[in-house]
Design a binder for this molecule. Structure first.
Ligand SMILES: NC(=O)c1ccc[n+]([C@@H]2O[C@H](COP(=O)([O-])OP(=O)(O)OC[C@H]3O[C@@H](n4cnc5c(N)ncnc54)[C@H](OP(=O)(O)O)[C@@H]3O)[C@@H](O)[C@H]2O)c1
Length: 348
């Protein structure tokens, strides 16, 4: 049986994900990486060309094929002929739930479908290394946790759950970059507050992490706020965790250094961390779940406070790959994921 994966969308998430899958397809044991590009745009010709060079194949809808051919992409297939051949579909559009209704729900349901964090309700949350077991349930649809959900979940897992420390409450402020360096829209000229539209959790960030852990029966007391800042670099997370028992600073540092998914840094600004990712990450992304500013960690009695940078969308990308590899290699998928260890650092 061929192992063929299709990525829908070539935007901020889709573009690096296609590259990540295509360039590592031999190590991951995949045969073909196909991407669906909806709109033939001459200003995106270079992007498509680069993805083809990485070994991916392009498909589109029948009405767009001739325009893609005019742009020089003669080796393009009709997506309708491709659905049958792929076993994993990763939606990287802001329309994952609509695409489910209109397209995916009528395809063969032995396929695995994944959508990105904003498509709440698409399926159970999955974050690589946080709740791997969820991939073993009966669902054929998963919602890849968003970048900030990965970060918050990692903080909670590393400093509370993995240490069996009883968490009384966790509070988080997502200091969000206005838009990605790849985007023109939605820049913010000044700090702009997100409404606390969720009575219980504040913003959707704490709600999503609560739901993720509730899937395995853990009900956590979490609250989040968010504010958009006039920067294009990366999100930064402020967090405070209050435990039942007193904690020690040395223990917290040990927990950080032994975490598989958090890295530590002495850098105190997001541009310095971003710049390291640009030079040494994949497609400019760090692939850890979060980068803790170790000098920000503060312990007083039973309270831990600190800051953690969110590595753009690198964590969601790796979870999308993990959800793909696990579909094919139930027994040794975590071994195959070690391919990416070269992009993971302990301290930057
Ligand atoms: N950016 C982030 O940091 C980030 C992080 C975590 C999660 N997410 C989530 O990931 C999803 C994608 O975000 P993004 O930032 O990558 O978006 P984006 O940069 O705006 O790209 C969207 C892509 O989706 C395609 N597209 C849009 N609607 C489509 C449809 N109905 N059918 C097929 N293709 C469609 C567009 O294709 P054409 O241009 O060819 O039309 C474009 O390639 C969103 O749900 C977002 O909330 C984003």
């Amino acid at each position: 049986m061929s192992k063929n994966v299709m990525v829908i969308g070539t935007g901020t998430i889709g573009e690096p994900l296609i590259g990540l899958l295509a360039e590592h397809k031999d190590a991951l044991g995949l045969d073909n990486v196909v991407f669906f590009k909806r709109t033939p745009l001459s200003d995106e010709k270079g992007k498509v060309e680069a993805l083809l060079r990485k070994g991916a194949k392009i498909v589109s809808t029948s009405d767009a094929l001739s325009d893609f051919k005019k742009l020089g992409f003669t080796d393009i297939e009709d997506v309708e002929n491709t659905y049958e051949d792929v076993d994993v579909i990763i939606d990287c559009t802001p329309s994952g739930n609509d695409n489910w209704e209109n397209i995916y729900s009528s395809l063969d349901q032995s396929k695995r479908f994944m959508a990105q964090g904003s498509e709440h309700g698409f399926g159970p949350f999955f974050a690589w290394g946080i709740n791997n077991d969820v991939l073993e349930n009966d669902s054929n649809r998963y919602l890849i946790a968003s970048c900030n959900t990965h970060n918050i979940a990692s903080i909670v897992k590393t400093f509370a759950l993995d240490q069996s420390r009883e968490l009384v409450e966790g509070q988080f402020v997502c200091l969000r970059r206005a838009n990605d360096v790849s985007q023109n829209d939605s820049f913010s000229p000044s700090p702009t507050i997100t409404k606390h539209s969720n009575q219980e959790f504040g913003t959707h960030h704490a709600r999503d992490v609560h739901e993720l852990f509730a899937q395995e029966g853990k009900e956590l007391n979490l609250f989040s706020s968010a504010i958009k800042l006039p920067t294009q670099y990366m999100h930064t997370l402020w967090f405070t965790l209050r435990f039942t028992d007193t904690i020690q600073h040395e223990e917290i540092m040990e927990n950080l250094y032994s975490s598989e998914f958090l890295m530590a840094t002495e850098k105190m600004s997001s541009n310095k961390v971003f710049s390291f990712g640009r030079d040494h990450g994949y497609h400019g992304r760090l692939l850890s779940h979060g980068i803790v500013a170790e000098q920000s960690l503060h312990v007083k009695d039973n309270v831990l406070t600190g800051y953690c940078f969110t590595p753009q969308d690198g964590n969601a990308l790796l979870s999308s790959v993990a959800g793909t590899v696990q579909h094919y290699y139930k027994d040794n998928w975590t071994e195959k994921m070690k391919t990416f260890n070269r992009y993971i650092f302990k301290n930057i």
